[in-house]
Design a protein around this ligand. Structure first.
Ligand SMILES: Cc1cc2nc3c(=O)[nH]c(=O)nc-3n(C[C@H](O)[C@H](O)[C@H](O)COP(=O)(O)OP(=O)(O)OC[C@H]3O[C@@H](n4cnc5c(N)ncnc54)[C@H](O)[C@@H]3O)c2cc1C
Length: 476
């Protein structure tokens, strides 16, 4: 019996895609940087299905590449071009198994779309704070497998910090049940954390127990022009101090990025004119009803706090211009600018994309140094570093000169080298939140501690000795 027939017996022929035209969407990554080939796409509906698939794959030496929403940015979910692999998509494992308002936790299957989790929790006045622009397509399994970061890390941490437990299927088919809703569990090694961020190379996450929080009842969102990049960093510390634990998001965006968003998405309004060189998009939020209750003059305390903060820092010179969202529509318009940034830059160009993290103390120095380094090799570069300043995470992206450059494909390597040269001076990370995938395999070998790399290989060898789970990713 061939493998496709065997898989059909396990999950049913209606849950397998073999037609070439139907496989296309699974074979290229979101940026179009990586393409691959596969024998078929398997769409299991249960943990039992995944277990039987991995038992068969192990017995027959079949390669399995797991895929969630295929929004990853490092080619982690894309098989190689040989056509040997089977893609296992978790798309049909999308049930929320339970949700506890008392324990502030939920259990969701790996294929649940992040936005679906938001909708379900918010209907119960609960909050799952992981939030990224790909929320309409990415899955919680993919978020865990990449340890996704996103917009709210500054307050709630990465996906790892939001996970209480996981269910994972190992190569060979054993199901490891670590699906606890407990907040404390010191029973030996924390195996859950081994699989979070392992990008489908150690096992397949089939479900997760997630931490929930009370849903904020009031938010204040502002876009502020800042004097320079140092001022942006200073402003973050000042806002955290002023608002207590209320800073949910703090994003840096250069004016050049907003010009590109405006060009590619002319319907998104740009609130500040003239366009500052640097802006921060910041949001504070509270679950305390009093912060949202209008006072006798109709002022909402949380909004008043933001207004006062911006006014004070206009005086200090850190802020040069600002707008505060007055309602949900205006808030959405401000977030639209940030959330359309990846798509806008993709449409505008073929940028050199990075996903860098540095300490907050090094952030401004790194940004300036990387700018100088890039300009020294490519003076016309459009430097478009934006992202999660709250976490020291900048997508320091570089576009070719305005109007296009036929030599850009050859210039990209020098530009990349210049950025990573600046990064090495401050001991930053080459991957803050997107992972290694196939994009950064060689780079990882250069920057990771050799002993750590050796231990990673040993772990891979012990869990997947034949190298059938997502080969070529992370360790190569
Ligand atoms: C517009 C846009 C904005 C983005 N913004 C952010 C951001 O702010 N922060 C951020 O961190 N990322 C961001 N990303 C990247 C991406 O959305 C995240 O990496 C996301 O977590 C991937 O989820 P996914 O379901 O699409 O996973 P996929 O792309 O399908 O897979 C990603 C990796 O996880 C593995 N995998 C998937 N599911 C499982 C599973 N169940 N078990 C084991 N392995 C699995 C795959 O093999 C692959 O290696 C963005 C992407 C886009 C397109």
């Amino acid at each position: 019996m061939d493998d496709i027939t065997s898989f059909e017996q396990i999950i049913g022929s209606q849950n397998i895609i073999t037609a070439e035209q139907d496989k296309i969407g699974y074979l290229e990554d979101w940026r179009g940087n990586f393409t691959g080939s596969a024998q078929a796409v398997l769409l299991p509906r249960s943990t039992e299905h995944v277990s039987q698939i991995l038992a068969h794959a192990d017995a027959q030496n079949q390669i399995i590449v797991t895929q969630g929403g295929n929004t990853g940015l490092v080619g982690g979910g894309i098989p190689d071009k040989s056509g040997n692999a089977f893609i296992l998509s978790t798309a049909r494992m999308n049930t929320v198994r339970d949700i506890s308002e008392v324990n502030l936790s939920m259990t969701a299957e790996a294929g649940c779309i992040l936005e679906q989790i938001h909708t379900i929790t918010e209907a119960k006045n609960l909050y799952f704070p992981l939030n990224l622009a790909a929320k309409g397509s990415c899955t919680i399994g993919g978020n865990l497998a990449t340890n996704a970061g996103g917009l709210n890390v500054v307050r709630y941490g990465t996906t790892r910090n939001l996970c209480l437990g996981i269910e994972v299927v190992l190569m060979g088919g054993r199901v490891m049940n670590l699906l606890t809703p407990l907040r404390k569990d010191n029973t030996g090694y924390d195996l859950k954390d081994l699989f979070i961020g392992s990008e489908g190379t150690l096992g397949i996450i089939t479900a997760a127990s997630l931490k929930l929080f009370p849903l904020p009842t009031v938010r204040s969102t502002a876009l502020a022009g800042v004097r320079d990049i140092d001022a942006a960093v200073e402003l973050l510390g000042a806002l955290q101090k002023k608002s207590g634990e209320k800073v949910e998001a703090f994003e840096i965006m250069p004016g050049i990025l907003l010009d590109i968003v405006s060009k590619q998405f002319p319907n998104i309004p740009m609130p500040l004119s003239p366009m500052p060189e640097f802006m921060v998009l910041m949001e504070i939020a509270s679950t305390n009803d009093e912060d949202g209750q209008p006072d006798s003059e109709g002022a909402i305390p949380l909004t008043a706090l933001m207004e006062q903060f911006l006014a004070d820092n206009f005086e200090t010179g850190l802020v040069t211009d600002a707008v505060i969202a007055q309602n949900e529509t205006q808030r959405k318009q401000l977030w639209d600018i940030r959330e359309h940034s990846p798509e806008a830059t993709k449409q505008e160009s073929w940028p050199v994309n990075t996903d860098i993290s540095v300490t907050r103390a090094d952030f401004a120095a790194f940004y300036k140094d990387a700018t100088i380094e890039v300009k020294s090799v490519y003076p016309d570069a459009r430097i478009c570093g934006y992202g999660h300043l709250g976490d020291g995470n900048v997508h320091f992206n570089v576009l070719e000169r305005e109007g296009g450059d036929p030599n850009w494909p050859e210039k990209r390597e020098a530009v990349k080298h210049a950025i990573y040269n600046a990064l090495s001076k401050v001991n930053g990370s080459i991957s803050a939140e997107h992972g290694i995938g196939q994009m950064k395999v060689e780079q990882l070998k250069e920057v990771k501690d050799p002993v750590a790399l050796e231990v990673m290989h040993q772990i891979k060898q012990s869990l997947d000795p034949k190298g059938l789970l997502n080969p070529g990713k992370i360790l190569g």
